[in-house]
Ligand binder design. Structure first.
Ligand SMILES: Nc1ncnc2c1ncn2[C@@H]1O[C@H](COP(=O)(O)OP(=O)(O)O)[C@@H](O)[C@H]1O
Ligand SMILES: O=C(OP(=O)(O)O)[C@H](O)COP(=O)(O)O
Length: 401
């Protein structure tokens, strides 16, 4: 992907008094009382907003929240206003819609350095359909466009892609740039040895990323539910572990591909098994070759943790996507937590550590090590697509540098 123009290239002369439409990904988790349970994405959006405020721009913030079908109060962005106000140090105003007369009236009243948050852009069905007329209405609100919504950059929606056609300049925000620097830059030109750790539930959802990483990494460590499809493909008994029967040939061909590419592919040698899929299941540790009938593997075992740790000691760049086990259950969280700790430790020794979004980020946060990593992606789906080598529509639409 060509390098994109950045918000940092815009100076006071370009920004003072200008209305800037900033697409951010404020799709944060809310509890039943609409309290924010993780504000990572809000905090990640702050540097771009502050930069624009500091240069006298009038900042228009647009985001989606959840996947509403039409106007749905529980998906309103209202619960975010207070947190944004605290983090930005100015009173953030909010509109009841993202287009229309009221929005225009409120816009006319924003002072230089002020911020207006628009209501959930997905309350209009035209957003996800990327309808040009809707994109034009969004574009008509502002003088320039900044896309900082990395987490939504894999969606070709009106506010992430369409609007860039009608509003110039269209530039990347600081978060977008940082994500691209790590997930494209560090991965395509890594300090070697370069290792990838891939886990998560199913091999089918990670085929693209594994195939793409096999072209590039020196070492691939596999964990999570997908390993049982690899074991079964090698003729081992896997009990009632998660297996994708239709992916056995694929698992074999991935093992062969690794061999032919000279990639060291390491599968766990032991696993923690359970007698049911539950937090209170009985558990024991067995060699990967000895999973009894009726038992299922839910985590990697201590020997594997040790072997993975030793293998990782030799690396200079590590990217991690997907938990090593069912980390939501404490009994089966040790493998995932050990990998998080290992990567934090390696970061301290100068290794570049990149956490590729999704559940691995939740796991790293759960053990309080997020600030130790070189980069934690704010996008699950977006980072996977990027690692698979797919172009992101929200990035492609921006002006080339
Ligand atoms: N051995 C396993 N058996 C079943 N599910 C697993 C196993 N290991 C991990 N998982 C589950 O995989 C899920 C995450 O998978 P996935 O969505 O592919 O990862 P990510 O969100 O990081 O991309 C977690 O909910 C976790 O409980
Ligand atoms: O949370 C998001 O995706 P993610 O869970 O894959 O990181 C983004 O905000 C995109 O949301 P969407 O998958 O409803 O388009």
């Amino acid at each position: 992907m060509a390098t994109k123009r950045s918000v940092g290239d815009l100076k006071e002369a370009d920004l003072k008094g200008k209305k800037v439409f900033v697409r951010v990904d404020l799709n944060v988790p809310l509890d039943d009382n609409l309290n924010i349970t993780d504000d990572t994405r809000i905090r990640a959006a702050i540097p771009t907003i502050k930069y624009l405020m500091g240069h006298g721009a009038k900042v228009i913030l647009s985001s989606h929240l959840g996947r509403p079908k039409g106007v749905t109060p529980k998906y309103s962005l209202k619960p975010l206003v207070q947190r944004l106000t605290e983090l930005l140090g100015v009173t953030v105003k909010m509109a009841n819609d993202c287009i229309g007369e009221e929005v225009e009236k409120m816009l006319a009243e924003i002072p230089e350095g002020g911020v207006l948050l628009l209501e959930n852009v997905r309350f209009h069905k035209e957003e996800e359909k990327n309808e040009p007329e809707f994109a034009k209405k969004l574009a008509s609100l502002a003088d320039l466009y900044v896309n900082d919504a990395f987490g939504t950059a894999h969606r070709a929606h009106a506010s992430t892609e369409g609007v860039a056609k009608y509003l110039k300049p269209s530039v990347a925000g600081f978060l977008m740039q940082k994500e691209l620097d790590y997930l494209v830059g560090a991965v395509s030109n890594p300090k070697r040895p370069f290792a990838a750790i891939v886990g998560g539930s199913k091999v089918s959802s990670k085929i693209g990323v594994i195939e793409s990483l096999l072209e590039n990494v020196n070492m691939l460590l596999l964990g999570g539910g997908m390993i049982f499809t690899f074991y079964k493909a090698q003729g081992l008994s896997v009990g009632s572990s998660l297996v994708e029967e239709d992916k056995l040939d694929l698992a074999t061909s991935l093992l062969e591909k690794a061999k032919s590419k000279g990639v060291s592919l390491i599968l766990p040698s032991d696993v923690v098994i359970a007698d049911k899929f539950a937090a209170d299941a009985n558990s024991k540790i067995v060699p990967a070759s000895c999973i009894p009938d009726g038992w299922m593997g839910l985590d990697i075992g201590p020997d594997s943790i040790k072997a993975f740790g030793e293998a990782l000691d030799a690396t200079k760049t590590v990217i991690w996507n997907g938990p090593m086990g069912v980390f939501e259950f404490d009994k089966f969280a040790a493998g995932t937590e050990a990998i998080a700790k290992k990567l934090a430790d390696l970061s301290g020794k100068g290794v570049t550590t990149i956490i590729g979004g999704g559940d691995s980020v939740a796991a790293v946060e759960k053990v309080g090590l997020a600030d130790k990593m070189s980069h934690i992606s704010t996008g699950g789906g977006a980072s996977l697509e990027l690692l698979e080598g797919k172009p992101l529509p929200g990035v492609l639409a921006l002006d080339d540098a």
